[in-house]
Structure formats: C-alpha cells, structure tokens
Design a protein around this ligand. Structure first.
Ligand code: SAM
Length: 194
C-alpha cells in the first residue's frame, strides 16, 4: 500500500486545521475547564500529517485495520488514518478538544472517523488492530495501565508509541525508528500483540 495523500487532500486537511486560530489556547482552556490544570499528561501536541503517513507505513496499516489514537487531541492522526483504515477512532478526555476534532472530520466529509470523549486508561480499545499513542508525556504508571489495556486487543495488533515503549508480557517490541517532526527527533516503538 502507498502511504500517500494527494497534495490537494493534504491542503484541505491543513485548511481545516488553520480554522482553529489558537490550538494551544483551546487545549489550555479545555484543560482548565475540565479541572485538569497542571496535569502534565494533558498537554497540547500534534503529530504532523506527513509523520502520520510514516507511522502508518511503519505500522503496516491496511484497509482492514481499526485505528485508535489514545489521547487524540485535535485529531490529525485519526483524520489521516481514516483515509487508509476502515475505521479510525480518537480517544480524548477534553470535551472541547474532542468536539473540535469532530468539526474537522465533518469539514472534510470523513465519515469513518469518530472521536470518543473518554479516558484512554479505562476505554475499551480491544477492537483496535493498529493503535497509536503519542506517549512522550505519559507517566510510568499510566504506561503500565495503557499497556494492560492494549494487551486485551487481538493477537497481531500493532501498537506504536513515542519516546517510551510499553512493557507487558503480551506485547513484543518489534522495532524502533527515529522520526523527526517539529524540529525534534523522536523514537517510535512498534509493538506486536503476541
Ligand atoms: C500530545 S497530545 C497528542 C495528540 C495526538 N495524539 C497527536 O499525536 O496529534 C496528547 C493528548 O492526549 C490527551 N490525554 C491525556 N491524557 C488522556 C487520558 N487519560 N485520556 C484521554 N486523553 C488524554 C490530552 O488532552 C491531549 O489532547
């Protein structure tokens, strides 16, 4: 499979995101509204669309996959993955942020992407077959909880994490790659649910 999007489509995606004037401030206000001010895991951050294409290639995304982004923020990975996977699900616990991601999906006429308002530590993600987590800011205990959750997915499920790998008896770390985005190098880990 070619993990590419036509330049016109990429431009449409960028145009939808440009409508969000101050994304950082939106996340900040939503975090305060949810009483999570100071929560170091509830931070603004976006995986750029071209990087998501690299991640989909690394994870071997196919049209049979159910893609999950745990902590989806404004939804770029979920939106991009929806072009390659049969279903794409973003989990986000900040309501205004999840709603903004839904607006982007509507603006792009994407109907196989959904944004669930939920805590990824307790959400059932067992139907996911390709799971992404921008885990850089996750505390060690959160990583243990999320590793337990994704270990309930079916064998063969691929799990991509950033900066930290997940450790669990049911997960095998297969490969890691250095990818650069937003001026920094990031280690991305590919795990396989055994
Ligand atoms: C660094 S951003 C990543 C956004 C997106 N995954 C991307 O790569 O573009 C992390 C997001 O995870 C959300 N988040 C943090 N903890 C969460 C939790 N326990 N449940 C759901 N969302 C969470 C934050 O609110 C934030 O929007």
């Amino acid at each position: 499979m070619a993990y590419e999007l036509a330049s016109e489509r990429l431009e449409q995606i960028y145009a939808e995101y440009r409508k969000i004037a101050y994304p950082y401030l939106l996340v900040d206000a939503s975090r305060r509204g949810a009483g999570r001010d100071g929560d170091t895991e509830a931070v603004y951050g976006t995986t750029p669309a071209p990087t998501v294409l690299q991640l989909l290639e690394f994870g071997g995304a196919t049209a049979d996959d159910v893609f999950y982004d745990l902590g989806c923020g404004l939804g770029v990975p979920t939106i991009v993955a929806a072009h390659f996977c049969k279903r794409s699900i973003g989990i986000e616990f900040l309501p205004e942020v999840a709603e903004k991601a839904r607006e982007v999906a509507r603006g792009l006429n994407i109907d196989n992407a959904v944004f669930e308002l939920n805590d990824y530590k307790s959400a059932d993600v067992s139907l996911g077959t390709l799971i992404y987590c921008y885990s850089t800011c996750m505390r060690a205990q959160s990583r243990v909880e999320v590793a337990e959750s994704v270990s309930r997915a079916r064998p063969g499920t691929r799990i991509l994490t950033v900066t930290h790998n997940f450790e669990h008896p049911e997960l095998e770390m297969k490969e890691k790659r250095e990818l650069s985005w937003e001026g920094s190098s990031h280690t991305v880990y590919l795990h396989l649910r055994k």
